[in-house]
Write a protein of this length. Structure first.
Length: 127
């Protein structure tokens, strides 16, 4: 959340080139991390019935994108509270960065192949 605190003369996450702010990199990382963790969490079933592959993927995507949207609300609130101008295109780029992180993990997991022991078809995080 350090990147959400506006710094003089402007918010830290507006530093750098327009298409590559530090905030965008955080959204890529966070989107991918939340997706990866959700895939592992929801794939295990927690002792109860297993969820379908489609349900697991949908939950992972919705939660990752939802967390990114929640962070955007804190960004917006901190900038508005500080009296600085809020760049709405930054929100679009941040949510796009989240989608890149989510998509990257989905592609990476898809390329690794599926666990032959898993009937749901979900790829498990290892480690």
């Amino acid at each position: 959340m350090v990147l959400s605190v506006p710094a003089f003369p402007g918010p830290l996450y507006y530093r750098g080139p327009v298409l590559l702010h530090p905030d965008h990199l955080m959204h890529v990382f966070a989107g991918g991390l939340v997706t990866w963790l959700c895939l592992g969490l929801f794939s295990s079933g927690g002792g109860r019935g297993r969820l379908s592959h489609t349900t697991v993927v949908a939950l992972a995507v919705v939660l990752a994108m939802g967390l990114g949207a929640a962070k955007e609300v804190t960004d917006w609130r901190s900038v508005v509270s500080s009296g600085h101008h809020y760049n709405q295109m930054d929100t679009v780029r941040d949510m796009g960065s989240n989608a890149i992180g989510v998509g990257g993990v989905m592609l990476w997991r898809g390329r690794r192949g599926r666990d032959p022991q898993d009937e749901s078809g979900v790829v498990f995080p290892t480690g």
